[in-house]
Write a protein of this length. Structure first.
Length: 257
């Protein structure tokens, strides 16, 4: 049964109970995600194509405006969980024994518009801070805008070691924050009558209390997405939806029924 914002506002306050997780669970979530992808391949490939298009856009920006690459990456981290909203909907429908459609997946956000908007604003603030930090790092590290001629090897020149370390550390901090507050937040908002703050805090609490498992899950996602980028971003056609479906099962395992 769909949850709307009115139900979320009227829901009783209180911490949501979290289930204990094991280090074998993330691999199980991926297997379940693959199973969902195979049951609704056309919908999955549609969302995978969206992820692939985002990758091409990121590459285009790097070739001509490298200073904005980190900021755009932050934007993709912001957009990713919301784009996966349709995949969460598909997994929920399959779990309930219903047949999902692309139309319902694309409009799954409509019953939770206000809550998702509030949560999106929080992520947007983090994205803007990340983008600003990216420009500051370039301004401090170089005399004017460097010309990398679109070459990643030029960017990774040993002479730029200080810049690289700072760039990676700052990016990791913001990526970690976004991961902590969003890893299960959006599937929870879709599935339960919770407000944006409760969803974000529950997600953060999950990472803090079961850090090892959630770091392992994050590492799996990072590794799979990195490998998917190599063949012209084509791997995102499959990896993107599988990870999206897997995130739904991560939420279900962490929060339960």
């Amino acid at each position: 049964m769909p949850i709307d914002d009115t139900a979320a506002a009227a829901a009783p306050a209180g911490p949501i109970l979290l289930s204990p997780l094991g280090f074998g669970d993330p691999l199980r979530w991926l297997r379940l995600g693959w199973h969902d992808f195979r049951r609704a391949p056309a919908i999955g490939l549609f969302f995978g194509a969206c992820f692939m298009a985002m990758g091409w856009m990121l590459l285009e920006v790097f070739q001509y405006q490298p200073a904005y690459t980190l900021a755009l990456s932050a934007g993709f981290l912001l957009m990713g969980p919301f784009l996966c909203l349709g995949l969460y909907h598909v997994s929920r429908e399959l779990e309930a024994g219903r047949t999902p459609t692309l139309g319902s997946a694309l409009t799954a956000w409509r019953t939770r518009t206000s809550t998702l908007a509030i949560f999106g604003f929080v992520l947007l603030v983090l994205e803007m801070l990340w983008g600003r930090a990216s420009l500051v790092i370039f301004a401090v590290s170089f005399d004017g805008m460097p010309d990398f001629k679109g070459s990643l090897l030029a960017l990774l020149d040993p002479e730029n070691l200080g810049f690289i370390i700072t760039y990676v550390v700052v990016g990791a901090v913001f990526a970690g924050l976004i991961y902590c507050v969003s890893v299960i937040s959006i599937p929870m908002i879709l599935d339960r009558p919770v407000d944006a703050i409760t969803a974000g805090l529950t997600s953060f609490r999950l990472v803090l209390t079961q850090t090892g498992v959630m770091l392992w899950w994050g590492a799996l996602i990072t590794g799979l997405v990195t490998l998917a980028l190599l063949p012209g971003f084509a791997g995102l056609l499959v990896v993107g939806p599988v990870v999206g479906h897997g995130t739904w099962h991560a939420y279900r395992a962490a929060v339960g029924a």
